[in-house]
Write a protein that binds this ligand. Structure first.
Ligand code: NAP
Length: 259
């Protein structure tokens, strides 16, 4: 049982929906103080109220993770409100699906800003607080798409998610100076608002291709993030873990028929 997160100060970007919400719920349940950070205030308020009704100590900040001033203000406000910062979960991101031949250069830049630049900005804004507190933890939400697999329409998304893992290696070395670890969770297909937008046929096909025969739950990712943030994981840094129900394992469609 990971009990070391009780009373810790945590930020979860993209905490109003989907995986971020699952991460926040898991941290709130073990007694952490949690700030949810997304752009849309209505969804933030709903998520925040629900987690507090379940006994959490949760607040929110509106923030655009692709914008430095917005990220810095969000992180500083959260640290002030929660008495410091212990854990940064840089999770927010998005995945428009457009094939290379149809993709505007602006869409490429937008995905990079929201998914990759945001990781750098969140880490940069958190460093002064980790330095002040004498320790810290960062958990990035990457993906299997990019680092391990490909899917037509997600060249920019996959590049951004692989980029996070490239950033992670050097960041782990630089953050060691602040007694801070940084690791990444690589989700498979997790049932979220964003994924629902891809349609029922996508969801059904994906579930059928996963050895554990279901899409992931948002708290499956929250539990992995909780482990990386715990005292028990204090000697792990610069690493990543796939949480996908075995999705990347089958060598072929026939391999699934043999299960
Ligand atoms: P989601 O259901 O669409 O939720 C995305 C969250 O991020 C929302 O809270 C959204 O709120 C916020 N967000 C998006 N862009 C933002 C920005 N620029 N600034 C601040 N907040 C922003 O997405 P999800 O499926 O949970 O995905 C979350 C993360 O998991 C992403 O990094 C994604 O790449 C990764 N992932 C997801 C899956 C999956 O199967 N779902 C698989 C692998 C990896 P606002 O729009 O209100 O800002």
């Amino acid at each position: 049982m990971l009990t070391s997160l009780k009373g810790k100060s945590v930020i979860v970007t993209g905490g109003s929906k989907g995986i971020g919400r699952g991460i926040a719920q898991v941290f709130a349940r073990v007694g952490a103080k949690v700030t949810l950070a997304s752009r849309g205030e209505e969804a933030l308020k709903i998520a925040c109220d629900e987690m507090n009704a379940a006994g959490g100590d949760v607040r929110y900040e509106t923030c655009d993770v692709s914008d430095w001033a917005s990220v810095r203000a969000m992180v500083d406000n959260a640290a002030t409100a929660q008495g410091g910062l212990d854990v940064m979960c840089a999770n927010a991101g998005y995945y428009p699906q457009t094939k290379i031949v149809d993709m505007d250069p602006e869409e490429w830049d937008d995905v990079m800003a929201n998914n990759l630049r945001s990781s750098f900005l969140c880490v940069k804004a958190a460093i002064p607080h980790f330095e002040k507190g004498g320790k810290g933890r960062v958990v990035l939400t990457s993906s299997i798409t990019g680092p391990v697999t490909g899917f037509p329409g997600w060249s920019h998304y996959g590049a951004s998610k692989s980029g996070q893992l490239g950033f992670l290696k050097t960041a782990a070395m630089e953050l060691s100076r602040y007694n801070t670890t940084i690791n990444a969770v690589m989700p498979g297909n997790i049932y979220t608002e964003g994924l629902q937008g891809l349609g029922q046929e996508y969801l059904d096909t994906m579930a059928a291709s996963i050895p554990l025969k279901r899409l992931g739950d948002i708290e499956d990712i929250g539990n992995a993030a909780l482990f990386f943030a715990s005292d028990e994981a204090g000697y792990i840094t610069g690493q990543q873990i796939v949480v996908d129900g075995g999705q990347i394992l089958p060598e072929s469609l026939e391999a699934m028929d043999e299960i």
